[in-house]
Design a protein around this ligand. Sequence first.
Ligand SMILES: CC(C)(COP(=O)(O)OP(=O)(O)OC[C@H]1O[C@@H](n2cnc3c(N)ncnc32)[C@H](O)[C@@H]1OP(=O)(O)O)[C@@H](O)C(=O)NCCC(=O)NCCS
Length: 161
Amino acid sequence: MDSLASRRLIRLGRPEDAEALQVVHEAAVSAVPARFYPPEIVSAWRNSISSLRMSSYMADPGLLFLVARHNGAAVGFGCLEGRHIRAVYVHPGHGRQGFGHALLQALEKAARKSGFECVFLRASLNAAPFYVRNGYTDLGPGEFDLCVDLSMPCRRMAKAV
Ligand SMILES: CC(C)(COP(=O)(O)OP(=O)(O)OC[C@H]1O[C@@H](n2cnc3c(N)ncnc32)[C@H](O)[C@@H]1OP(=O)(O)O)[C@@H](O)C(=O)NCCC(=O)NCCS
């Protein structure tokens, strides 16, 4: 899995990635098995990121926005803000091929380089095993705000980097 990063398939996000990454986000959320969240949460989660918002994330100097690429196409993205990992999404068509791991590893490396000893995140329930497999400790239940009146249950996680 580490060879993905070393083959430079992970790079900084660019404005021209925004549309493809909005599709990645939408597809990744659509593929979450129905047992984890009720339809109204999945729907709000799926619609929570437009390509315009994706572009604004990439332009935000406070965020490190990384993109995973395969055969010239954007297949995943990850986002770091300080010591907080804000997102890791991989298109389900490229799932279980190590892209999520490679993105996570690159974000952790960047956090370490910025002087942080620990990173934190809020994991969607479906993704919790992915983070545990990647060395994260489950700190207990939390909530992630989707919009003013809707939030989704998640797991708060941390890892020493
Ligand atoms: C969670 C997600 C990012 C994982 O990306 P991925 O590229 O498929 O993950 P990787 O291939 O790097 O997986 C690495 C290891 O993590 C574990 N893992 C990954 N996805 C898993 C899952 N859904 N359930 C259990 N373990 C999982 C496996 O051990 C895997 O290794 P293996 O395939 O050799 O068994 C991706 O499934 C996704 O985008 N999910 C929907 C969006 C989401 O919930 N993102 C997280 C928001 S907090």
